[in-house]
Design a protein around this ligand. Structure first.
Ligand code: C2O
Ligand code: CU
Ligand code: CU
Length: 486
């Protein structure tokens, strides 16, 4: 959203530093949670094959007592959509039907496909219309997603529930002893939060929700087997970041980033995820007692300035009941092991070879700008233009993009078409947890991040790809640019 007044931000700065002086920890009841009853985690249904039919419709969902909430869902779901499972190398066709009274688009986030199939702001599906892209799956096994990308409507359509996961499979991943029984030991987990208006409708103002939704469910719980369990986690937020960890502070293992498997698992106790990012993690429940429970939590209190959702306010444009708090994202009950459990972690996962500075054939810099004195955030002082071409990349170029954020807040930078390698952060740390292929990267306040990608396969002299902040409110506000590959 636009920064309405500069002094809003100054006030925020004062409050932020004042609140962070005293160390705060939040105990139960969790903020934004009105009761202690847990609800079953929704596991989105799966569609497999090479032809996928997706229909976006209006729906309703009973989130709170009182009126049902008006939502959007694909294929009859009341919020969110089915998980599409695709195989690398397949030529897939997707038939999208738009039953809304508004136009929409469907973007295949993370996919390396032709610009006209990408589902960005230009591939508009009118109200009542259909769109049938087809493309070959070139990406590695991993967790991707689809969501609307209609300029000025992305926030609203995502907030109302339009989106879904995509799982790509390939022979490298399939050969590993990893959990992959969907919904049993391979758990999709989509994190977001929403604010509700007085009539229980979903707010489409402000940056942050007051109520956490895990796969669209408040206060979610799940029973998982006493063994290694894999989570495919997507931050599907409008703007909030998550700093995830287990409630007993145990280590867990990152096995994949946005674009697929890391070369080896990386042990962590906390991991930050910004809007648009995915990770796959392994959590060992093998030593937990049956009937015990443990929580996956967001440790969002006391974050550095510029962390989205670290603001101290509980209401207003930059406030929410979940801000600057630690809160549970999933209550896990430990149940019986399955018949053939995964009981160890593979030492090696993949053999990815990444781009380095020596490979680079062209470099460019993108500055994060705007956000001052009531203006929207922008790149290089240009607000998004539907017909503007902001960058032109030569086919097969290996490009180094340096994203400079000398601005006033953190952002989540996303590029279409490619998966990139993060080669430098001005803070000095590119964590091993972000050492895999990425399509979305956190650019904290005051930091410069450098990434390298190859722009191969798909040239098009007229149809652009997007790069943008994945905070939907910033994106709708014009923090988006277009590039041609030709
Ligand atoms: Cu997930 Cu351009 O978006
Ligand atoms: Cu994308
Ligand atoms: Cu942003």
């Amino acid at each position: 959203m636009k920064i309405k007044f500069q002094y809003t931000y100054i006030l925020y700065l004062i409050l932020f530093f004042a609140c962070n002086k005293s160390t705060q920890t939040t105990n139960s009841p969790d903020p934004g949670i009105t009761n202690t009853t847990y609800n079953a985690l929704f596991i989105p249904p799966v569609i497999t094959g090479t032809t996928f039919n997706l229909t976006l419709d209006k729906a309703t969902k009973q989130f709170k007592t009182g009126a049902p909430t008006a939502t959007y869902g694909y294929n009859g779901n009341s919020f969110w959509g089915p998980t599409l499972v695709m195989n690398q190398g397949d030529n897939v066709k997707i038939n999208v039907t738009n039953n809304l009274t508004d136009a929409t688009t469907v973007h295949w986030h993370g996919f390396h496909i032709p610009a006209v199939m990408d589902g960005g702001p230009h591939q508009i599906i009118d109200a009542g219309g259909k769109w049938s892209p087809n493309f070959v799956i070139k990406n590695n096994a991993g967790t991707y997603w689809y969501h609307p990308h209609l300029h000025l409507k992305t926030y609203e359509q995502l907030a109302k529930g339009a989106g879904g996961l995509i799982i790509i499979k390939d022979p490298v991943e399939s050969a590993l002893a990893l959990p992959r029984t969907y919904g049993t030991d391979d758990i999709p987990l989509v994190l977001s939060s929403r604010r509700f208006n007085g009539d229980n409708s979903i707010s489409i103002n402000g940056a942050y929700g007051d109520y956490l939704l895990s796969n669209g469910v408040m206060n979610a719980q799940v029973t998982l087997p006493k063994q290694y369990v894999r989570f495919r986690i997507l931050n599907a937020e409008i703007e909030r970041g998550y700093d995830l960890g287990m409630s007993d502070n145990r280590s867990f293992y990152i096995i994949a980033n946005d674009g697929g498997l890391l070369n080896a698992p990386v042990s962590v106790k906390r991991v930050k995820m910004m809007p648009g990012e995915r990770i796959e993690i392994m959590v060992n429940l093998g030593d937990d007692a049956m009937g015990s429970s443990i929580d996956l939590k967001a440790y969002n209190s006391g974050q550095a300035f510029g962390f989205p959702g670290g603001e101290p306010a509980t209401m207003g444009d930059f406030g929410s009941l979940l801000n600057n708090k630690d809160f549970t994202v999933l209550h896990i009950n430990v149940g019986a092991a399955t018949a053939s459990p995964i009981t160890s972690l593979p030492a090696k996962l993949a053999n990815q070879v990444y781009w380095t500075n020596a490979d680079v054939t062209n470099s460019r810099t993108i500055n994060i700008t705007g956000g001052q004195g009531g203006s929207a955030f922008t790149f290089d002082n240009n607000t998004y233009g539907f017909t503007a071409i902001n960058q032109t990349v030569a086919l097969n170029a290996i490009e180094k993009w340096t994203i400079v954020n000398n601005n006033i807040f953190g952002h989540s930078f996303h590029v279409h078409d490619v998966q990139f390698k993060i080669v430098a952060r001005s803070s000095g740390v590119v964590g091993p947890h972000e050492s895999g292929w990425k399509d979305t990267v956190y650019v904290p306040y005051g930091e410069t991040v450098t990434v390298i990608a190859k722009f191969d396969d798909f040239a098009d002299p007229t149809n652009p790809y997007m790069y943008h902040c994945h905070f939907s409110n910033h994106e709708d506000g014009g923090m988006m640019g277009q590039f041609l590959v030709k």
